[in-house]
Each structure stands twice: as C-alpha cells, then as structure tokens.
Design a protein around this ligand. Structure first.
Ligand SMILES: [Zn+2]
Length: 88
C-alpha cells in the first residue's frame, strides 16, 4: 500500500500559520539573492529571478548554487581588476 507523501504537520507549523513565519537569513547567494529559513518550522525561502520570495525547492537550490558560483567568480575577478588597476 502506498502512502501519500505528506509533510508532518508540527505544532510549530500551526504557530507559523497563525502568527507568521520567523525567517532568518541563512545564506547569501549573491547581493540580491538570499536564502531564508524559518526559525520555527524550518521552511526555506529564496529570492527568485523576479526579486520575490519563493519556496526553496531543490530546483531553486540548484540555481542558487550556480548563481553563487558565478557571483564569487565575478567578485574575485573584480578584486583582481581593481588590484591590478591600482598598480598602474
Ligand atoms: Zn515557520
């Protein structure tokens, strides 16, 4: 017999439903994209391409890893450029 995949509803989740989530920034992906986790129910959100908050799905998690990679590369290149330009 197959069981339907449902997330267990904890009392904390009900608290969040009533009082709202207590989000905390957990990861800075880029200067615009950040990941947030609710301190109560551990629900995760991220900033999407429209600059709005959306549920952090595995797909978004993947996108964020790529974004972070591009971002850090660009940042290190910028640092190198400003470093070399300060020499000349
Ligand atoms: Zn919550």
């Amino acid at each position: 017999m197959k069981k339907a995949i449902t997330k267990t509803t904890s009392p904390l989740r009900i608290y969040c439903d009533i009082f709202g989530h207590n989000y905390e920034m957990t990861k800075k992906v880029t200067s615009h994209v950040k990941e947030y986790t609710c301190k109560c129910c551990k629900r995760q959100l991220t900033t999407n391409s429209n600059g709005k908050l959306t549920e952090l799905t595995p797909k978004y998690e993947e996108i964020n890893i790529i974004l972070a990679d591009i971002y850090t590369r660009r940042m290190s290149r910028l640092k190198q450029e400003s470093f070399s330009s300060s020499i000349y």
